[in-house]
Design a protein around this ligand. Structure first.
Ligand code: ATP
Ligand code: MG
Length: 414
């Protein structure tokens, strides 16, 4: 037997039905917010991701040399490809440009529950607007997608990268020393952040102040202790979110997306029922275009972890039951087969999901099979019925049978 690669999954029909269910809910919300779908390749030039995230990303991604000697990587996320696409081909679109995507990503991670080497992200980017209202629009969509999926328990943690950056700057940390410090603070690895901060010239007091700030969580009023531009901006985003009726939002100054290109608000969403791997969404405002050879354009976006959201829905018992076939058509003899094909074709044409015996089984075995695949009704096409231009309709749930004229089957099934 050939095993599938570590960290990947196969999806049986029941699972795909759940996945398509969630996908269509997400898609619907994104479209209601005026976002339009794009797609980019599964693999890109490796440079795209090292430009965005630095050379260390190579440890975390699938990259290889192709037969032409090019350095290629399977995409670990979709923001960089989207912004590459924008710089190359989409700059003439009216702005703001609102796009969404759904697709698989690949990361060389240690697989565990909710963490895979192949996983799916559903994300959106609002390109070309640098305002509190455009940020609120994007956060509002992320929140609506998650709540519209049906998930009951989730929260949104919203911060502003400027609060910590200002503190680091005031403490004398040069801009280029900030990313590694912010990355450690993001992961709450304070013991690893301290030596970096001290090397960057910070006093003990300012180090503890910065670390304390990452622990600030609560209602908008917690920002009163952190006056400044970043805080004012965040308050405005929060008040617009209140206008939109977005719930479950709190300020969390510990949301730090370590990388340089985040410029303003940063946010994450959690589904507490997931335990350790509870983060279901990450996003923020950023500027990447200039890295990819374009002019500076401000954007705000997010990526929802599709697989984790689905896991959370399952934990809450909110995924749909397996789909059932409306009707299974059973001929009572070889002579009745042709008539059965006519009937099944008629049902399918009318939008009724229908299947017909393809195994030449006896009536009894066919009824068992119909039951095992969860068909709702069985249409028995027999000689006696044919003499009256009718079929027998049997409800598999109640066991009730009725004689239905051939031209009334569709109506009876609908
Ligand atoms: P984490 O800190 O959990 O590794 P991240 O910060 O790397 O997450 P992002 O790059 O922001 O995550 O990706 C957005 C979302 O994609 C995450 O919030 C998570 O739900 C999901 N995600 C990330 N990596 C994986 C993975 N390996 N398997 C499944 N889902 C993932
Ligand atoms: Mg990660």
């Amino acid at each position: 037997m050939i095993q599938r690669p570590r960290g990947t999954r196969d999806f049986p029909p029941e699972e795909m039905e759940k996945r398509r269910f969630l996908e269509s809910r997400f898609r619907r919300e994104a479209e209601l917010y005026g976002f339009r779908e794009i797609a980019t390749p599964i693999f890109e030039n490796t440079e795209l991701f090292t430009l965005k995230s630095g050379p260390n990303i190579l440890d975390e991604i699938y990259s290889f040399e192709d037969k032409g000697g090019r350095q290629i990587a399977l995409r670990p996320e979709l923001t960089a490809p989207t912004m590459r696409f924008f710089v190359n081909d989409l700059t003439n679109y009216p702005r703001p440009l609102k796009v969404f995507y759904f697709g698989q990503c690949f990361r060389y991670e240690r697989p565990q529950s909710g963490r895979y080497r192949e996983f799916f992200q559903f994300g959106a980017e609002l390109i070309g607007a640098p305002n509190p209202e455009s940020d609120a629009e994007v956060i509002g969509l992320a929140a609506q997608m998650v709540s519209g999926s049906g998930l009951g328990a989730y929260n949104i943690r919203l911060g502003h990268i400027g609060v910590l950056r200002d503190k680091l700057r005031e403490a004398g940390v040069p801009t280029e020393s900030m990313p590694p410090i912010l990355q450690k603070l993001d992961k709450k690895l304070y013991d690893e952040a301290r030596p970096l901060m001290s090397k960057a010239g910070m006093s003990l007091a300012s180090m503890e102040d910065v670390i304390g700030t990452t622990g600030i969580v609560g209602p908008p009023s917690v920002l009163d202790d952190y006056p400044g531009e970043a805080s004012d901006y965040l308050k405005e985003v929060l008040s617009i979110l209140a206008d939109y009726g977005t719930v479950n939002v709190q300020v969390d100054l510990g949301v730090v997306r370590g990388l340089d290109y985040y410029t303003g608000i940063v946010f994450e969403m959690d589904a507490p029922c997931l335990g350790a791997e509870k983060q279901i969404c990450g996003g923020g405002s950023y500027s990447l275009t200039e890295l990819f050879g374009g002019e500076k354009v401000f954007s705000t976006g997010f990526a929802i972890g599709f697989d984790r959201t689905l896991l959370a829905l399952e934990r809450e018992g909110l995924t749909p039951p397996p789909r059932k076939l409306d009707a299974y058509v059973v001929p009572t003899s070889d002579a009745m087969r042709r008539q059965a094909y006519v009937v099944v074709a008629q049902l399918r044409k009318a939008g009724i999901s229908a299947d017909v015996d393809l195994m030449r089984r006896s009536v009894g075995k066919n009824l068992k099979y119909a039951d095992s695949i969860g068909a709702k009704k069985v249409v028995i096409v027999g000689e006696k019925e044919a003499a009256q231009a009718s079929v027998t309709l049997r409800d598999l749930g109640s066991g009730k049978q009725e004689l239905v004229p051939l031209d009334g089957i569709v109506a009876a099934l609908k």
